[in-house]
Write a protein that binds this ligand. Structure first.
Ligand code: DMJ
Length: 643
């Protein structure tokens, strides 16, 4: 078979298509040639098409960039000064430039990723060379940095609020040398208590003056929040112990931290810490106290997250989880606890311009107003889930006391504008007088407790504050019974003095009876202790301010001497377990309220009245003075921040 020479494709007409080679065997060679031509033609057409597609189909990556970065592509190239207003021309110019930039950008990113990778690898290699301790130390440093940053954020200054009229922050130095001497003695006792706490318990909540170490109770959880420092600050300031005050301030500034995993009493933290910090702020003008008070208040707010808005007794400062005391009737909250927040919370709203605090306490008040009260009395227990009373126990002592005190003080603190609070107070004390106050056979007026449908003829040391409360509320009382309430205050002061005078140590027992021939004397062994409480001395001071009867200074001095004689130890002051025993044993606790209240009331009792006058200052239940705010009836409209 000879191979036919290939004919040129061009200039030659194709022969007619042969439908069957076998049918026309003489045409076989010609036919094979045509097939090759056709195949070549198809192949070349296909290749041409592929090339065309490659060059002319749109580039999807360009589309993407254009869609996402329209401004990137367009805006930098608009140059109207060059007269380049034509969008079409403009796009063409942008596209070319964009492709270039796109490549550059990709390259830059790739380089950066590579560099980061290498750096991380280097760091990891370095880390592996370090010991476990070194790594842990580094982690700790990082953590500290974060905490410091957070602290800085937290300590941002609050919006400025005009300070209320701060009258009577002076020395109150008495002219009489005998009174001066007594006052100096009380100041010396304060210094003894403080110095020992500083030496042996610094930063702990309280001091064990015999064991000479820190002490705490369940009201502060397992925290070490320096309760004594915060509680003592304003007493130090009032007494002119300025070096000690500064030490306390420095500790608070550097160490007082509320982000602790600790379950604390909302009430105690409010009256001691928030009250103490606010008073220190108003007296000294140091911002740090205000900032800390506001930070802490924020930590208490989750306690109000209950179905009724009546707060839990305790809250975990870190998690915000709240609960009630296990011993309280049917999971109830306690009247004296959720009812003793008003003063501090109103001040917090005043100082921050944030109504959240005010709204919380007003909500509690409104809820209480709506509730039925057996015999007009407020029971001590209220269930925060159901909003119903627990056991119908009523007391002006433990579990009830400061609720009544704060109704009166809400009115006083509002410059007597909060008439709703005054009315609630008047109604409450009318019911108390009718159902709880009696005269003993020996003529002593006492306040008993309502329990299980009858009156228990027993009065607590805590109840003795009520003498001062009646005197403080006398002015402005319903039907102008000022004289009556001042008299009632004097009678309670007298009874409580008797409870001291009838003991061996001349210090009052925790609770005393008026029953079966017993008058103002403790009967049960577990009611014979004295734990440095202030209530009796508090009443002496209020009675002194309103009457200037010298017997109150006399009684106050008797108590001072007894405390110094029987409670003083070389490591501070301690409570005693039995005030009827001539050789008492110590409980080995120096309570923070001894510095906040007992010594402060004693000092004020021997100072002039122009030191913190009662027309301008209202003392919270932990003896922390807060200034009167002129607030229109139950609103905060006295504060320009609210207008
Ligand atoms: C203080 O913490 C307060 O006075 C509180 O209201 C009741 N008791 C103690 C001191 O006894």
């Amino acid at each position: 078979m000879t191979t036919p020479a290939l004919l040129p494709l061009s200039g030659r007409r194709l022969p007619p298509l042969n439908l069957g080679a076998s049918a026309f065997p003489h045409h076989r060679a010609t036919l094979r040639l045509s097939e090759k031509f056709i195949l070549l033609l198809i192949l070349s057409a296909f290749i041409t098409l592929c090339f065309g597609a490659f060059f002319f189909l749109p580039d999807s990556s360009k589309h993407k960039r254009f869609d996402l970065g329209l401004e990137d592509v367009l805006i930098p190239h608009v140059d109207t000064s060059r007269g380049d207003k034509n969008l079409g021309g403009f796009l063409i110019h942008g596209q070319g430039h964009d492709q270039h930039r796109h490549r550059e950008e990709e390259e830059r990113l790739r380089n950066k990723i590579r560099a980061d990778h290498e750096k991380a690898l280097e760091e990891a290699k370095e880390k592996l060379k370090k010991s476990r301790d070194e790594i842990q130390a580094e982690i700790q440093t990082e953590k500290n940095k974060v905490v410091q940053e957070l602290k800085k954020k937290d300590s941002k200054p609050l919006p400025p609020v005009p300070l209320p009229n701060l009258i009577g922050i002076n020395s109150g130095e008495p002219a009489d040398p005998d009174i001066q001497e007594k006052r100096n003695k009380i100041k010396e006792m304060m210094k003894h208590a403080w110095d020992n706490y500083r030496q042996y318990g610094w930063g702990h909540n309280e001091l064990k003056p015999i064991a000479r170490k820190g002490h705490t109770t369940n009201i502060f959880g397992n925290s070490q929040m320096g309760a004594t420092i915060v509680d003592a600050l304003d007493t130090l300031y009032i007494m002119g112990l300025h070096d000690e005050f500064r030490e306390g301030q420095e500790w608070i500034d550097k160490n007082l931290d509320f982000s602790v995993n600790s379950e604390v009493s909302v009430f105690e933290v409010n009256i001691r810490f928030i009250g103490g910090l606010l008073a220190a702020y108003y007296l000294s003008g140091q911002e740090v106290f205000k900032i800390k008070a506001v930070q802490l208040a924020g930590k208490l707010l989750p306690a109000f997250n209950t179905p009724t808005g009546i707060p839990w007794a305790m809250v975990n400062l870190k998690s915000g989880v709240g609960r009630n005391w296990g011993w309280a009737s049917a999971g109830s909250s306690i009247l004296a606890e959720f009812g003793t927040l008003h003063m501090e919370f109103v001040h917090l709203s005043y100082l921050t311009g944030d109504p959240v605090y005010y709204n919380k306490v007003m909500h509690i008040r409104k809820l209480l107003q709506k509730m039925d009260r057996p015999n007009g009395l407020y029971p001590n227990y209220l269930n925060p889930r159901t909003g119903r009373w627990g056991q119908h126990h009523t007391s002006v002592g433990g579990l009830g006391d400061s609720f009544y005190e704060y109704l009166l003080k809400a009115w006083l603190m509002s410059d007597k504008m909060d008439m709703e609070a005054r009315k609630m107070y008047d109604d409450a004390i009318e019911a108390i007088e009718k159902h709880l106050i009696r005269k003993s056979n020996g003529g002593l007026t006492f306040i008993g407790e309502w329990k299980n449908g009858h009156l228990e003829r027993k009065m607590g040391h805590l109840t003795c504050f009520a003498g001062g409360m009646f005197a403080l509320g006398a002015d402005g009382s319903r039907d102008d019974k000022a004289g009556h309430y001042l008299q009632l205050g004097a009678e309670i002061a007298h009874t409580c003095h008797e409870s001291y005078d009838r003991t061996t140590l001349k210090l009052g027992p925790e609770a005393f009876k008026f029953d079966g021939g017993v008058e103002a004397v403790a009967v049960r062994q577990n009611e014979k202790y004295y734990i440095l409480r202030p209530e009796v001395i508090e009443t002496y001071w209020y009675m002194w301010r309103f009457t200037h009867d010298p017997k109150y200074r006399q009684w106050g001095w008797e108590a001072t001497q007894a405390i110094d004689k029987y409670c003083r130890v070389s490591g501070g002051f301690s409570g005693v377990k039995d005030v009827y025993s001539s050789s008492p044993t110590y409980d080995d606790v120096q309570q923070s309220f001894f510095l906040a209240e007992t010594l402060k009331y004693l000092y004020l009792l021997f100072s002039n009245d122009d030191l913190l006058p009662l027309d301008n200052w209202v003392f919270n239940t932990e003896a922390h003075p807060l200034p009167v705010l002129h607030l229109a009836n139950t609103t905060l409209s006295g504060n320009p921040a609210y207008r």
